[in-house]
Design a protein around this ligand. Structure first.
Ligand code: PLP
Length: 372
């Protein structure tokens, strides 16, 4: 609140020095040069910009996991490209390099992956595959604000990376996003597209020096996707708190993992492999598909909100006919994401675990499911 007050005291709420400071701090957090980052008003806007920067158009295929955020597929389809959905590992809900490779064709113009639940997944092999095939890799790192694989920040493995700071994420600014481009010229084009495609002829910095500083030219037909200094001020403070957020999320994840061990009828996600540092964005459990929805309903009635992210996009009619993807379909039938937030206290976690255990036990019995 003190930082927001400072913004108001300065009399300028729009994009300005706070935004530049947040970009610089976020670049340091990722370990990239600040001129590769462009702050945005949302990650979805970044996904749309990414498809524009890669010039995706009719006939171009973009391979993405079926278990993706809806905006990723929309970004492809809005440019009349073809979203080509690949399968995922039913337990990690991330695709492997082999899942991606199976869907590559001569028409593939990009691969677009996310990091399910903030877990890096098979990103190193996926990046190597894309490099070998000369296919640009876009990372939707919305869930992976603090995730690293072998020391490299998720979102910086490919050509373009995107982050979200929307109200549901680990680092929240109200609304906001960030775009990373490996190539500085791509970052410059992204910044131009994010601000109406304006090319200042003289520029406001030249005001009063003679000439018409209000004149401009337009390069690309850009939109207005910039953020503001209020959101950036929040972001800078959140970034300082990020390590403590992730620490508490890791603690909660480990706590669930221990507490839910041995609950008959319930499977837990495997711990990440060595060298992978997740953001612990989701915790999920898996169970027989015959009881999953009933368990969710029972928990909801007991005041515990659970959900499944992200409903498989290959089953969404708008993207056209798609082949079946057994891993994604299985995951979507058996998985429940349970509450995980740094703001949860120990007694709330205990309630979740107790209610979940009771719901699974009861529903297994009702459905006559042999619990193993
Ligand atoms: C939240 C989310 C987005 C969208 O972010 P916005 O900033 O709300 O546009 C994109 N991808 C994934 C994986 C997300 O979880």
């Amino acid at each position: 609140m003190a930082e927001i007050r400072e913004v108001f005291a300065g009399g300028w709420l729009g994009k300005g020095p706070r935004t530049s400071a947040f970009e610089a701090a976020f670049a340091a957090h990722l370990g990239v040069a600040a001129d590769r980052l462009v702050s945005l008003n949302s990650c979805t806007e970044g996904l749309f910009l990414a498809m524009e920067l890669l010039d995706i158009g009719p006939g171009d295929e973009v391979v993405l996991p079926s278990v993706s955020f809806v905006g990723a597929a929309n970004a492809v389809a809005a440019r009349h490209g073809t979203p080509v959905f690949c399968d995922v590992d039913p337990s990690t809900l991330n695709p492997s390099a082999a899942h991606i490779a199976a869907r590559l064709t001569t028409a593939t113009r990009a691969v677009l992956v996310l990091h399910y639940g903030g877990y890096p997944g098979d990103i190193e092999n996926i990046a190597a595959l894309c490099r070998d095939r000369g296919i640009p890799l876009v990372e939707d790192a919305a869930c992976a604000v603090a995730s690293r694989a072998s020391g490299t920040a998720c979102g910086t493995f490919g050509e373009i990376g995107l982050w979200s700071f929307d109200p549901m994420k680990v680092l929240v600014t109200g609304d906001g996003g960030m775009l990373y481009a490996r190539d500085p010229e791509t970052a410059r084009r992204a910044a131009e597209l994010a601000y109406l495609g304006l090319r200042q002829v003289s520029g406001y910095a030249q005001a009063g020096n003679g000439g018409r500083w209000w004149d401009f030219q337009v390069g690309p037909f850009g939109r207005r996707s910039i953020t503001n200094d209020i959101a950036a001020a929040i972001g800078s403070v959140q970034l300082e708190k990020l390590p403590s957020f992730v620490r508490r999320r890791r603690e909660i994840t480990h706590w669930y993992h221990g507490r839910l061990a041995g609950v008959a009828g319930l499977r837990r996600p495997a711990p990440p492999p060595p060298g992978h540092e997740p953001s612990y964005y989701f915790y999920w459990v898996q169970m027989d598909r015959r009881i999953r929805d009933e368990v969710a309903t029972r928990l909801y009635r007991r005041g515990i909100y659970t959900s499944f992210r992200y409903a498989p996009l290959h089953l969404v009619g708008a993207y056209g006919p798609q082949p079946p993807l057994p891993g994604a379909e299985r995951a979507s039938e058996e998985t429940l994401c349970i509450p995980l937030h740094q703001g949860l206290d120990d007694s709330q976690l205990d309630t979740v675990a107790t209610e979940l255990t009771a719901a699974v036990t009861e529903q297994c019995e009702l459905a006559g499911i042999e619990r193993s």
